[in-house]
Structure formats: structure tokens, C-alpha cells
Design a binder for this molecule. Structure first.
Ligand SMILES: NC(=O)c1ccc[n+]([C@@H]2O[C@H](COP(=O)([O-])OP(=O)(O)OC[C@H]3O[C@@H](n4cnc5c(N)ncnc54)[C@H](O)[C@@H]3O)[C@@H](O)[C@H]2O)c1
Length: 385
């Protein structure tokens, strides 16, 4: 039993153990260090991947209790409380629906699904079952993003006028690199789903819903080796450029690219308002940059300029782990995401980012792909809250 009287241990069933499954398992195992008295216990209970042999290896190496042949078998186990989906994108929809109809809580990696219709079905199913559902937009859980949201909500940058957001990698520059499912549109591949969903979500989270988009997709390398080493035709965008207008009237641009030579994991944005501005770069995850027009401006001796605000490990958690002054990185956002989601499962409270948030991001993605195909500006579909 956990610390809360009515709270048993939360048994997690992980579907998929590639890059993200491994990270989710690491996050769950790390929670007692980061959140000493969080009021719940979480157990890496079940694992299923696309191969039983791999699942057995994962069970032995990472301390899971049970392996399952597939997601159906895992979902039918009454011992499982949370289905945590870390599979390729095209598999999310089916697993979400089946898990929800079995009354499970569901945490799903981004993007929620591949199409808006699938995402809408998932959202409606989550509303019907009332279990705790969430999407992994991990960057929302980083201290500079939490601070940026606070500054914007306090009105410190005024009304938002414009923005630019980028998520840049350089992995597609290497033409010898084999295409995986992320480079194959049949499996929900494409950089807009992959990197684009994150930066679209951050602009949505900080500035509000999108109204319309104009999109342009780019494939710079039409062929590369496929999984079998033979020549393979690229069919998913390697870079995607969006010109957007938000419902608040702000205009701006979004770039998601794996063609950005020299970048590593470069998510960055600038948001400009009537009273100030905010800048962030994931490659400098300890700081948020804030410009305040209320600062004194003088011909000589003024103190205006972008201020670098320290965010480091300021998560309002005591005792802090690691120490407040310690620098942080990408993994910390995932730990925050996992802690917040399982905390919501333990308390039965609603979790954000929700399936409704993910549905809006999905609608922006779909409209951007439509625009890239027909060369027209596309309106974003609206959904009730
Ligand atoms: N939030 C983030 O920072 C972030 C980063 C990368 C990827 N992602 C998302 O995470 C998800 C997984 O991406 P990844 O990079 O870990 O992919 P991956 O290719 O590294 O791993 C996919 C895993 O799914 C398993 N799998 C495939 N088919 C399966 C099936 N039918 N049943 C059970 N397991 C199956 C594979 O065995 C593998 O373990 C995707 O939705 C992706 O968009 C999120």
C-alpha cells in the first residue's frame, strides 16, 4: 500500500520499450528520488513489445514483474492500472480505445494519434470512461516553461503580438542513415508529428489555440537506405514550415526540421507582446529570457534588455532533488510529466496536458499537412472543451 490510505500501488503496463519506453521506465523508477513524499507508489508491473524475447530481456534487466504477448493481453489484466503507450504513432489509436473500454488510465506519448478523426474518437472515449488520461508533452514540465507560463498569465508581456518556434535536429542530413518508422508515413512518420507536435503544443500552451495555418513540407533527400539496406523512397517530411495565426490574433512561424545542420536537440521559441517578450532554448534549459518594457529606458543609464532568469531546479518541491542550483536537461521534463500524471491518477484529479490538448495539436498538424498539399491557408477544426 502507498502512503495515502486509499491509495494502492499504481501498476503500470508499458507498451513498447524503444527509446521512450526505456525513458518512461527510468522516470517511474526515479520518482521516489525526485518526489520524496509524493503520496503514491508506482510499480513497473507489465511490459510488452513487438518481440517476446525483447520483453523477457527488459523484464530481467529493469525489474518488471510480468511480460505479455501483446497489448490486448496486458489490457485484459485487472492488475494493471495505467497503460503507458510508447509505440510507433500508428499504433496509439487502437491501444487507447481498447485500454479505455477496459476502464484503464492511459498515458500516451505524443502525438495522440495519426489523424484528427482518430484523436477525436480517443478524446470522446476518455470523456466517457472518466479515467485519468494524459499526453506526454514533456517540455511543458520544464522549469523555464513553467516560469514562462507564469509570466504570460500574470500579464507581464501584455497581449501577444507574434511568435516564432523551432524544433531542430540534424539527423536527416546523414544520407547513409537507414529510414525507420519515423521516416515512413505509413507508420505515422514525418517530422511534423515527431518534433512539430512539441513546438506546436508549446505555442498553444503559452499563447492559446491556433486559428489557421499555411504549411510547406520539405524532403531534401528523396532516397536513403531502408531497413533492409536497399534503396528506399522517402515519403515523410524531413522538414516542415508553418506560417500561423492564433485565435488571439498573434501571428508567427513554426519550423520542425531534421535537416538543420549543426543542431542537436534545439527546441527554441520567442514570444513578443505589447509589454515584453520571452525567449527559450532547450539547449540552455536552465534559463528563461525575459524583456520587460517596464524597465527604465534612458538615453544613458537605463536598464532595459533581455534578463536571464534562473530557473534551474526551481520546481517548488522540498527537498529538491537534485539541489535547486543544479543544472537540468531534457530528462527532467519527462520526470516532471510522469510525476504529475501518476499524481493525478493517485488523487483522481484531471491531468493536463489532456487528450483535449492533444486533439488541438493534432488538428493543427492535419491542417498544416492539408495546406502543404493544396497550397491554401487552412482553418483549424474547432472542438468543444
Ligand atoms: N516525448 C518525447 O520526448 C518523445 C521522443 C521520441 C519519441 N516520442 C514518441 O514515443 C513513441 C515511441 O517512440 P520511440 O522513439 O520510443 O520509438 P522506438 O522505435 O524506439 O520504439 C518503439 C517500441 O514499440 C514497440 N512496438 C512496436 N510495435 C508494437 C506492438 N504492436 N506492440 C507492442 N510494442 C510494439 C517496439 O518493439 C519498440 O520497443 C512515439 O509515439 C514517438 O512519437 C516521444
Amino acid at each position: 500500500m502507498g502512503i495515502y490510505k486509499n491509495m494502492k500501488t499504481i501498476n503500470i503496463g508499458l507498451v513498447g520499450f524503444g527509446a521512450m519506453g526505456k525513458l518512461h521506465a527510468f522516470c517511474v523508477s526515479s520518482l521516489p528520488y525526485y518526489f520524496e513524499r509524493c503520496g503514491f507508489e508506482a510499480s513497473l508491473y507489465g511490459i510488452c513489445t513487438s518481440s517476446l524475447e525483447h520483453s523477457k530481456d527488459v523484464l530481467e534487466r529493469y525489474g518488471f514483474k510480468k511480460i505479455y504477448e501483446d497489448a490486448h493481453q496486458m489490457i485484459s489484466d485487472p492488475c494493471i492500472d495505467v497503460i503507458d503507450i510508447c509505440t510507433p504513432n500508428y499504433l496509439h489509436h487502437e491501444v487507447i480505445l481498447e485500454a479505455l473500454s477496459a476502464g484503464k488510465n492511459v498515458l500516451c506519448e505524443k502525438p495522440l494519434c495519426v489523424t484528427v478523426d482518430e484523436a477525436l474518437e480517443a478524446y470522446h472515449a476518455s470523456m466517457r470512461t472518466g479515467t485519468v488520461c494524459g499526453i506526454v508533452f514533456n517540455n511543458r514540465h520544464l522549469s523555464p516553461i513553467i516560469r514562462a507560463k507564469q509570466l504570460i498569465d500574470e500579464g507581464r508581456i501584455g497581449d501577444i503580438i507574434s511568435f516564432s518556434g523551432e524544433y531542430l535536429h540534424d539527423s536527416a542530413i546523414d544520407t547513409k542513415k537507414k529510414a525507420g518508422w519515423k521516416q515512413n508515413s505509413d507508420y505515422g512518420g514525418g517530422v511534423l508529428y515527431d518534433l512539430g507536435s512539441h513546438i506546436i503544443d508549446l505555442i498553444y500552451y503559452l499563447c492559446g489555440e491556433f486559428e489557421s495555418v499555411f504549411g510547406r513540407a520539405q524532403i531534401a533527400f528523396p532516397t536513403r537506405p531502408g531497413q533492409n539496406g536497399e534503396e528506399w523512397q522517402t515519403n515523410a517530411d524531413e522538414a516542415f514550415y508553418i506560417n500561423a495565426r492564433l485565435k488571439c490574433g498573434a501571428c508567427g512561424s513554426i519550423t520542425a526540421s531534421k535537416l538543420a545542420t549543426g543542431t542537436n536537440d534545439d527546441l527554441n521559441f520567442s514570444i513578443y507582446g505589447t509589454k515584453g517578450a520571452i525567449k527559450f532554448s532547450l539547449m540552455e534549459p536552465d534559463w528563461i529570457y525575459f524583456y520587460d518594457t517596464a524597465d527604465k529606458s534612458d538615453s544613458f543609464g537605463g536598464d532595459r534588455g533581455f534578463k536571464r532568469i534562473e530557473c534551474v531546479q526551481r520546481y517548488g518541491i522540498s527537498p529538491a532533488f537534485p539541489a535547486v542550483k543544479a543544472s537540468q536537461g531534457w530528462v527532467r521534463g519527462h520526470i516532471g510529466s510522469m510525476g504529475a500524471y501518476l499524481g493525478a491518477v493517485a488523487s483522481g484529479e484531471k491531468f493536463t496536458p489532456s487528450f483535449r490538448d492533444a486533439l488541438h495539436v493534432q488538428a493543427v498538424i492535419e491542417a498544416a499537412y492539408r495546406s502543404a498539399a493544396n497550397g491554401k491557408c487552412e482553418k483549424i477544426r474547432n472542438f468543444e472543451h
